[in-house]
Design a binder for this molecule. Structure first.
Ligand code: NAD
Length: 270
């Protein structure tokens, strides 16, 4: 039996490349996107997510791999709705189908933006508050200007990886053998970054905020390869991890975490 994979945001960029890669590896792939996919769904809308699950269940009793990849970068509360609520709501709604697989795996496309300075109160509201409170807070950030508005994107990604690490070890995931991990790309050449990277100033801004000394902007295939590994049976024991596929951004200081992520300011020193 081929493994079945559901990929959100499969109509463009990283999701499209990942769907094609999984298909070439023998997966039966169900692509989900706003328009023109195997299943059209708006992941901002819980009713649309429910309709997506119903559509999957018409042909499948289980899914083996879920790539929660759909995302936007708008510096508005839309980032919260798609990147955070869209991801966690669709993963949660698909849990029963994943739990019926013999080797279920979930991979989230997060972002190296999860390491950037962000609005801690917004992250906390996403994780512990109501959706309405978070969206109101995000709207206020947007009104406060471009830099503050970007907090919607970075907070959406910080919150989604924090949620991922919290749920990874729970009964619903680890208890059912579901490995869940995230890939955190740096700057990737996709329609999302096309305009930004088209000008010298835009590219300088992108790499000033997110240096990639290894080889600059990544191809979507570089991210897709890691997502495909994470949802494969070859990923036998890794769960709750965020893999920074970022050309070296995480190692850089002061933007990333630098060389030593184990000591200062952590609690590992005696
Ligand atoms: N491109 C980058 O530099 C970069 C860097 C880090 C992380 N990411 C993340 O990678 C993921 C994929 O982005 P990409 O660069 O391939 O962008 P993209 O714009 O090419 O693709 C995103 C896809 O998500 C879909 N989508 C958006 N809103 C949706 C919704 N409400 N419901 C269903 N589908 C929706 C879009 O229609 C599109 O097909 C995103 O989560 C993004 O945040 C991208």
């Amino acid at each position: 039996m081929p493994r079945t994979a559901l990929v959100t945001g499969a109509g463009s960029g990283i999701g499209q490349t990942c769907a094609e890669l999984l298909q070439s590896q023998g997966y039966e792939v169900i692509g989900v996107d706003l328009h023109g996919a195997d299943i059209d769904a708006d992941l901002r809308d819980p009713a649309s997510i429910k309709a997506m699950v119903d559509a999957v269940e018409q042909h499948h009793t289980s899914i083996d791999a879920l790539v929660a990849n759909a995302g936007v970068s708008t510096s508005s509360p839309l980032d919260l709705e798609v990147n955070y609520y869209g991801a966690i709501d669709s993963i949660t709604a698909l849990l029963p189908l994943l739990q019926r697989s013999a080797s279920p795996r979930v991979a989230i496309t997060a972002s190296a933006a999860s390491l950037q300075r962000t609005d801690a109160e917004l992250v906390d509201t996403l994780l512990h508050g109501t959706r309405e409170e978070a969206l109101d807070y995000g709207a206020k950030l947007q009104q406060a200007g471009k830099a503050a508005g970007y907090g919607n994107y970075s907070a959406s990604k910080r919150a989604v990886v924090t949620w991922m690490r919290q749920v990874a070890i729970t009964e619903a995931f680890a208890g059912h053998g579901i490995a869940i991990n995230a890939v955190a790309p740096g700057v990737v050449k996709t329609p999302m970054t096309e305009q930004l990277l088209a000008t010298k100033e835009g590219a300088e801004m992108a790499f000033g905020a997110m240096p990639a000394p290894l080889n600059g902007a990544a191809e979507p295939s570089a991210i897709a390869a890691v997502l495909a590994f994470l949802v494969s049976e070859a990923n036998a024991s890794m769960t709750g991890q965020v893999l920074y596929v970022d050309g070296g951004f995480d190692c850089s200081t002061p933007q990333g975490r630098g060389a030593d992520i184990w000591h200062d300011p952590k609690h590992l020193d005696a």
